[in-house]
Design a binder for this molecule. Structure first.
Ligand code: DON
Length: 305
């Protein structure tokens, strides 16, 4: 397996120069675009590694999967989906357009920024710190990594410059999707996006979802099977944003990308995959990471379609 991973890394390396590192969050721009790494965590608890798998990056939108899980654990499915829809969008991940057009207003799904901010507002806790710490504790269990924390530079950078997210959040406050203090809600969201991980952590998130809500290493059930399946379904329909349709055709695995360059994939009852390469395509997905997953899916016959 490690030979196969090294082979597909070399095959896709040229793609790292075809994309662009995210620059709209200034701290994300300061990263080497040539990094390329992969980790597979299999159902026997074994890790398969290649390339820059130990390189650190921030979760960004990959965090939206587990924050949705926590919001459902805290409130139940019905309350969460009263506030956030279940349908894909053909729009960019940070688009504002549908919020005003749809009546009554509701973000289309929990994987776009508007939906994830609404989800963050539903996490229980006294203030933003407690809410975030509950989410972080969940990630630490799932990743089997007590050291997980945030990258402060990325957090502060996004907090300072995240005006598009502020616009989405204040609009949602105005129409009653978000209750409470908008800046507090955004603080939880910015922190969750800044959680620092490597490919191993991300593969373990994928494995946890592939294993339907049970942490494989400890046997602890964190979420009901139905909740894990709901999240994987969102990954298929919305996980790669407005490239989700073509990703489903080309790769055929539930996956969630982040603008930090990571992609988390869950192959049901087979494996979790974490890939990292920070150069992005025009839709905000890791360009070489996408290539790795496409080749891996073909080589190991992973598509479930
Ligand atoms: O809110 C943002 O724009 C970022 N913190 C996360 C966006 C993201 O990762 C989109 N992913 N491809």
């Amino acid at each position: 397996m490690n030979d196969l991973l090294s082979k597909i890394i070399e095959k896709n390396r040229h793609l790292t120069s075809k994309g662009k590192v995210a620059s709209y969050i200034p701290a994300l721009e300061r990263v080497n675009p040539e990094y390329l790494g992969i980790c597979i965590a299999d159902m026997k608890g074994k890790l398969h590694l290649a390339g820059d798998y130990g390189q650190k990056f921030t979760l960004q939108s990959i965090s939206k999967t587990i924050s949705l899980m926590l919001a459902i654990i805290d409130n139940g499915t019905e309350k969460v989906f009263n506030k956030v829809g279940m349908e894909p969008t053909g729009d960019a991940f940070n688009s504002i357009v549908k919020l005003e057009i749809i009546s009554p207003s509701k973000p289309l799904n929990p994987m776009i920024n508007a939906g994830a901010i609404a989800v963050a507002s539903l996490i229980k806790g006294e203030g933003p710190e407690e809410k975030f710490n509950r989410l972080l504790a969940l990630f630490r269990k799932i990743c089997q990594n007590e050291k997980l924390g945030i990258n402060k530079e990325v957090y502060l950078s996004e907090k300072e410059t995240g005006n598009r997210n502020r616009a989405l959040a204040y609009f949602m406050k105005d129409v009653g999707i978000i209750d409470g203090d908008v800046e507090d809600v955004l603080d939880v969201y910015f922190r969750q996006c800044s959680i620092e991980v490597d490919c191993v952590d991300v593969a373990r998130i994928g494995l946890f979802l592939a294993n339907n809500g049970v942490v494989l290493e400890t046997g602890e059930r964190i979420a009901e099977e139905k909740v894990a399946k709901t999240i994987k379904t969102f990954m298929v329909t919305c996980g790669m944003y407005n490239a989700s349709g073509e990703f489903a055709i080309n790769v055929g695995i539930p996956a969630k990308s982040g603008v930090g360059g990571g992609i988390m994939a869950a192959v049901p009852l087979r494996m979790g995959i974490g890939v990292f390469s920070p150069a992005l395509d025009e839709k905000g997905n890791s360009i070489a990471g996408y290539g790795l997953l496409k080749d891996l899916s073909e080589e190991l016959d992973l598509s479930f379609f």
